[in-house]
Design a protein around this ligand. Structure first.
Ligand code: GLU
Length: 424
């Protein structure tokens, strides 16, 4: 089966293909349907010239991949990171499709990004690059075609620049073109916290299904960005979970007695990252992942749980805040350890972000806004429905949560494609 175009060559794309092959075999999906389900429908590369502060011109490369157009517009974040390439973005767009289908959102998946280290740009350069990216994307996106959102390396300010650039072209304010905007510019209450809150909600549901009380549990959080920090804080302040390890791209810390998160927040108010944090011992980031804990939350990048460390994990729950943190080889090992480790798979675990993005889009389209309590209620209702469906299928068919989640999601897209026919 399947000979993907060379433009997608990338380990993350291989991983998305392998995951799909496994689930397609499990579901006995016909050969004639497989390429159509997996291959992204559209993929765009754009050259992005900007004036640098020193007077020179740099050209950056931007991407946008729209995975399938069968169930509505496409939806997905925009990543600004040095790792960004067409294959990584394509893989992330495929995962967005499964995520949206599992949550029951009327979208296909998309993803975009720019190969850049945003920390190396001045604010003026970042604005120029963000605006140039949206400007080049205007022919390919729209509130009913493809709606961008935030991802690694982008934030509310970047989303506001995107919205403003698109609106200047349209001649009116089009808030519904992008989600993750500031609340006072058509953003949704609770969007910023939504992914992390969803992760914490599912961790508590998973603990509950194992009949473990959260109070007194220990957690290690890899990635202390928007997702990891909110998940850690929710578990720490609301559920009484002890955070024994945490890290970002620059430093990792461990203390079996527990880390005081108020000291972490105080540090981050004064510094751009965790480097120099004094509230716990420094640890090697790889070593941190294999320390004993009840809950391990990889909330950074893909492929961090791999065949080298999967056998050594000492957690009870692996809650995937990041996209694609676990490789298929690691999955095989974790499948054998299913009685020890419950994996809450990425397409379920981190779906809170795109679910509240969906609420933001709906609110913008209707120009009628909900408060934070309404948002949180609706978010948890969708996450509960998705979690129960995954749990039920996993138990009935005696398969992992990942397999159950992917099976539910892929079947939905398959059915939509079968019913509509070959065109979309
Ligand atoms: N970046 C988020 C994700 O990976 C969601 C993006 C959006 O809200 O569209 O799920």
């Amino acid at each position: 089966m399947f000979n993907p175009p060379a433009i997608y060559a990338d380990p993350a794309f291989d991983m998305a293909c392998e995951q799909f092959r496994l689930i397609a075999d499990y579901l006995n999906i016909d050969r004639n349907e497989r390429d159509r389900l997996l291959l992204p429908k559209r993929a765009v590369t754009v050259a992005l010239p900007i004036h640098r502060d020193d007077g020179s011109v740099s050209v950056f490369t931007g991407y946008r991949v729209q995975h399938h157009l069968t169930m509505g517009p496409t939806k997905g974040g925009t990543r600004f990171a040095p790792s960004v390439n067409m294959g990584e973005i394509a893989a992330l767009s495929i995962w967005m499709s499964w995520k949206c289908a599992l949550a029951g959102l009327p979208y296909g998946g998309a993803k975009g990004g720019i190969t850049v280290s945003p920390r190396d740009l001045s604010i003026r350069e970042l604005e120029a690059l963000s605006r140039r990216y949206m400007q080049e994307m205007i022919p390919f996106v729209g509130p009913h075609t493809d709606i961008m959102g935030p991802d690694m390396g982008t934030n509310e300010q970047v989303m506001a620049w995107f919205m403003d650039t698109y609106s200047s072209y349209a001649g009116r304010t089009v808030t519904e073109i992008v989600t993750g905007k500031p609340v006072y510019l058509g953003g949704s209450a609770g969007r910023r916290e939504s992914t992390g809150r969803g992760v914490a909600f599912l961790v508590e549901r998973a603990l509950d299904s194992l009949k473990i009380e959260p109070g007194g549990c220990t957690a290690i959080v890899q990635g202390y960005g928007n997702v990891g920090s909110v998940a850690a804080e929710s578990l720490y302040y609301k559920a009484g979970v002890k955070i024994v390890g945490l890290s970002d791209a620059y430093a990792a810390f461990y203390d079996p007695k527990g880390i005081d998160l108020s000291l972490v927040s105080a540090h981050l108010r004064k510094h751009p990252d965790l480097t120099g944090f004094q509230g716990a011992q420094v640890i090697d980031p790889e070593e941190m992942l294999i320390q004993p804990c009840d809950i391990l939350i990889p909330a950074a990048v893909d492929r961090v749980i791999n065949k080298e460390n999967a056998g050594k994990l000492k957690c009870r729950i692996l809650a995937e805040g990041a996209n694609g943190p676990t490789t298929p080889e690691a999955d095989e090992i974790l499948d054998q350890r299913w009685e020890e480790i419950l994996v809450v798979p990425d397409i379920l675990c981190n779906a809170g972000g795109v679910i509240v993005s969906y609420f933001e889009w709906v609110q913008d389209l209707q120009n009628f806004f909900w408060n934070e309590t309404e948002i949180a209620d609706r978010l948890f209702r969708i996450m509960e429905t998705a979690f129960s469906a995954v749990l039920k299928r996993a138990r009935t068919e005696k398969i992992s949560y990942r397999k159950a989640a992917l099976a539910i999601a892929v079947e939905k897209v398959q059915k939509a494609k079968q019913t509509r026919g070959l065109f979309p």
